[in-house]
Design a protein. Sequence first.
Length: 101
Amino acid sequence: MITYTRCIADYRAGLLPNWSSPDFPVPDLAKDYWHLPQDCTMEDLLLAIRADEAGHRHVNHTLASLEARDKNPFTPEEMERNGRNKADARGMGWDRDDLKL
């Protein structure tokens, strides 16, 4: 997250002039993957990537708190068994003590 935030700040400060050049278009693959418009900029792409990574943060925080033999709390079976849905996992994820493992 911090890397994308720094890239966005550098872009906005004019420290990445090649990225703002019309000769440096956002790749079509990136536009398709992040559902960006055809006229998007590298800043738009960086913002989309950072938002996507923020969505993964809760999973990483949760998995980092587990022990080797713990079950993955994000499987559909474990989500149901714990009485949780995906919306419950937003934010910073769950601590190991919050889960029925």
